[in-house]
Design a protein around this ligand. Structure first.
Ligand code: MG
Length: 278
C-alpha cells in the first residue's frame, strides 16, 4: 500500500492520495516544519511570565493580558515574526500596571522588552528535515513558501538554516501573511496553473492547510509538537493528511510518487489515465 507511511488517519478515497504522481509543485513551509520556532517563542513568553510573577503579578493574569489582549494587537500592528515580541512584552507589563493602578517602572518595562529580543537565535533544524527536503527536491519541483513581516530577515533565517544549499534562492518565496489569496499568488509566481497539481506541506491549519484546501490543492499537515493556538483553527474540510514530522510527510509523498510512476503497480488500481491525475 503506497500511502501507509506516516498516514495517521483513515481516508474514504485513498486513490486521491496517489495524485502525487501528477504533482507539479510541492510547497514547503519553513517555521515549525523544517526548523523549530514555536518553542523559542514559548520559552521567551515563559521567561516573561516568570519575571512578571517575581514583580508581584499573577501568572494567570499575565498570561491572559499577554495572549488575549496585547499579543493579538501587536500581531496586527507588526505582522508575523519575532519583532513584535519586545514591544509586546513591554506592553504586557504596562497593561498589568494599569489594571492594578500602579505606576510602571521604566527599568522593569525595559527588562520585559529585553526578554523579547534576540530569543530566536540560530535556526534549530528539526531531525532529518533537510535530508528529507533534499530527497523531495530531487524527486519533485520543490519550493519554500514562508511568511514573515520582514522578508529580508526571514530570507536570512532560511539561508542560515542551510535550506538554500538544497533549494535555490529563486525557489524561496516569503509572503507577509499566508492566505488563500497569497497561496494562489505563490502558485502563479511558480507557474502552476492548476492548483490541484500542487501540494502544500506545513504545520499550521490556519496558514498552510486551509489556504491550500481553499485553492483546491493537496495539503499535508505536520504536527511535530502542539500547534501555536493562533494556528489552530478549524480546517475548512477534512480532506488533508496528518503526519508527525516533515520527513514522514516526505516519505509518503515519495512513496506515492514512486508508486504512481510504476506502470505495473499503477495498472493494478484499474484507473490509470494520467491526464486525470490518478
Ligand atoms: Mg510554520
Amino acid at each position: 500500500m503506497p500511502w501507509k507511511t506516516g498516514r495517521l488517519k483513515d481516508r474514504a478515497s485513498p486513490e486521491k492520495d496517489l495524485d502525487t504522481g501528477m504533482t507539479q509543485l510541492v510547497l514547503v513551509d519553513f517555521d515549525d516544519t523544517l526548523v523549530e520556532t514555536a518553542p523559542a517563542f514559548h520559552g521567551a513568553r515563559e521567561a516573561l511570565f516568570g519575571f512578571l510573577v517575581e514583580n508581584g503579578f499573577s501568572r494567570d493574569e499575565a498570561h491572559t493580558v499577554h495572549y488575549d489582549e496585547v499579543d493579538p494587537e501587536l500581531l496586527a500592528e507588526h505582522g508575523m515574526g519575532p519583532f513584535r515580541m519586545a514591544p509586546s512584552f513591554r506592553e504586557t507589563y504596562l497593561r498589568l500596571c494599569k489594571r492594578h493602578g500602579h505606576e510602571s517602572e521604566a527599568g522593569i518595562a525595559e527588562a520585559c522588552a529585553d526578554l523579547g529580543r534576540n530569543f530566536l537565535g540560530h535556526p534549530k533544524i528539526m531531525d532529518g528535515s533537510l535530508e528529507a527536503l533534499r530527497s523531495l527536491s530531487l524527486a519533485l519541483p520543490t519550493v519554500i513558501f514562508s511568511q514573515a513581516a520582514q522578508e529580508e530577515y526571514q530570507l536570512g533565517r532560511v539561508r542560515d538554516a542551510g535550506v538554500t544549499t538544497i533549494v535555490g534562492d529563486d525557489r524561496i518565496l516569503i509572503t507577509e501573511r499566508k492566505t488563500a489569496e497569497s497561496y494562489l499568488d505563490a502558485l502563479n509566481h511558480f507557474g502552476v496553473e492548476d492548483p490541484s497539481r500542487a501540494t502544500m506541506i506545513g504545520n499550521s491549519l490556519r496558514s498552510d492547510i486551509n489556504p491550500a484546501l481553499e485553492a483546491g490543492s493537496r495539503a499535508l499537515l505536520v504536527e511535530p509538537y502542539e500547534m501555536w493556538h493562533y494556528d489552530k483553527v478549524d480546517p475548512i474540510s477534512q480532506d488533508f493528511l496528518r503526519f508527525k514530522t516533515f520527513p514522514e510527510a516526505v516519505a509518503f509523498v515519495l512513496e506515492s510518487t514512486e508508486w504512481h510512476r510504476d506502470p505495473v503497480r499503477k495498472s493494478k488500481l484499474g484507473h490509470c489515465d494520467p491526464t486525470k491525475g490518478g
